[in-house]
Design a protein around this ligand. Structure first.
Ligand SMILES: C[S@@+](CC[C@H](N)C(=O)[O-])C[C@H]1O[C@@H](n2cnc3c(N)ncnc32)[C@H](O)[C@@H]1O
Length: 429
């Protein structure tokens, strides 16, 4: 149980600000707290909380967080589970400007902070601790004390217009943690909840299987350049394009990223297309197949063919949304895979960025230490970055074993060609 009174007291907040300003280390902080008369428990609580302060400032204020002196109330788990400001700011665009919204499974409040200010927001959670965080934080972030309801979201009936829900990932010891369907409430229950509102949205893990998602919902895969952070399911009046899928790349402020040609980094598809692709994906999910292999795979409708001049790596958003094949073909009709189920595309020209990171292929050989060493020598490569898909080994150990000595730097892919292991040397464009 967090000591709310202690952590939100002006004396403690002032102490923390001061300690940051003076760049005090842990020993100095502990000594100063002791001197100020705090008990052992209070000291531990303050120091645990202090470790979270820069993290929540960065998570909810972005770059500005480095200079801001705001305090939010949370513990490590509530912070980890919360929705960050870039995603929160983008999602704010998806709401109507008036009405009331239940933030179901509100936690510390990440999904409420950036909602349009004219919306009346009500936080619902079955954990009193989280609701206390929510009340404190929404006052800081929205400038208003929000209503909260302590209860089970499956039985709440306060007649709000809209809902947003962020089910908890159930972590039961001994159970398969990779089972993404293991949510509480379950997606089936979310579907039931959605029937009681004009519209709403559910945040799911990005890899959540899409087969249970009804055709009248709309899907949005949201993320940044480097990752896909959530799969958002829009329901009712919030689903302006039922049966459609979008993958949307946002920057650190939650604005849609612009491609070099000025177009928005938004890619479109249909729910039925990606449902078919993710079913095929499941076929690759064979028992005994390494996790790293599975993570790096994604089915697409691209044909399989020879290694061409360029290799393109789809951005995480396009892999997760299963849209990379369609995006690649639309840009280059000769785009194809080199091995079924492995998300590398090869082509006679680079593919558009930021949908793809492009690499010019320099050489290729079988994965055998002497063959790879010879290839590195031929290209005078001494500095290597390794990328693995479909091959499992420790990249640092492998680089040590290869002992590259040349003057050039390059990317070494260990992947598969028509199912067989292959090493591809390339330079990043
Ligand atoms: C992933 S966290 C929510 C994080 C939040 N959206 C944020 O951005 O800060 C999930 C929350 O759901 C709550 N929860 C889980 N099952 C619930 C239920 N049946 N009814 C109400 N709350 C529930 C948990 O207590 C937890 O606070």
């Amino acid at each position: 149980m967090l000591n709310f009174e202690l952590l939100t007291s002006p004396a403690v907040q002032e102490f923390i600000q001061n300690a940051f300003k003076r760049k005090m280390d842990a020993l100095q902080v502990s000594t100063a707290l002791n001197k100020a008369g705090y008990s052992n428990e209070e000291r531990a609580a303050i120091m645990d909380y202090m470790a979270l302060v820069p993290k929540f400032r960065e998570k909810f204020y972005g770059e500005a967080g480095k200079k801001c002196d705001a305090f939010l109330l949370c513990d490590r788990l509530a912070l980890e589970q919360s929705t960050a400001q870039d995603i929160g700011r983008y999602k704010a665009n998806l709401w109507p400007t008036e009405g009331s919204v239940n933030d179901l499974c509100c936690g510390m409040g990440g999904d409420s902070f950036f909602l349009p200010s004219a919306l009346k927001v009500i936080g619902v959670d079955l954990d009193e601790n989280r609701l206390a965080m929510y009340r404190y934080n929404s006052n800081v972030m929205r400038g208003a004390v929000s209503e909260t309801i302590l209860g089970d979201v499956r039985t709440i009936d306060n007649r709000a217009d809209y809902f947003t829900i962020d089910p908890a990932r159930r972590a039961v010891e001994g159970e398969n943690q990779r089972d993404l369907r293991n949510l509480t409430p379950t997606f089936e229950e979310v579907l039931e909840i959605s029937k009681h509102y004009k519209g709403g949205m559910a945040k799911l893990p990005p890899g959540y299987p899409t087969d249970e998602i009804p055709q009248d919902a709309e899907l949005v895969y949201l993320g940044s350049h480097s990752d896909c952070r959530e799969l958002l399911v829009l329901f009712g009046s919030l689903a302006h394009n039922p049966g459609k899928v979008r993958a949307i790349m946002v920057d650190k402020s939650g604005n849609v990223v612009k491609a070099a040609d000025g177009s928005d980094a938004i890619w479109n598809g249909t729910l039925s297309e990606i449902q078919a692709a993710s079913n095929k994906d499941a076929e690759h999910d064979l028992p005994g197949c390494e996790r790293s292999f599975r993570n790096a795979t994604s089915e697409s409708d691209l044909p399989v063919g020879k290694v061409a001049e360029y290799l393109a790596e789809p951005t995480a958003l396009l892999i997760r949304s299963h849209l990379f094949g369609a995006v690649a073909i639309a840009a280059a009709p000769d785009a194809h895979l080199i091995s079924e189920g492995i998300a590398y595309v090869t082509c006679s020209a680079p593919l558009p960025s930021p949908a793809f990171a492009n690499f010019k292929i320099l050489d290729k050989c079988e994965i055998a230490t002497s063959a790879v060493r010879d290839m590195l020598k031929r290209h005078n490569v001494g500095k290597l970055t390794m990328k693995l898909r479909g091959v499992k080994l420790d990249p640092d150990e492998e680089i040590k074993r290869l002992k590259p000595k040349g003057k050039q730097s390059a990317i070494l892919f260990y992947t598969r060609f028509m199912g067989e292991k292959i090493a591809i040397l390339a330079e990043r464009l």
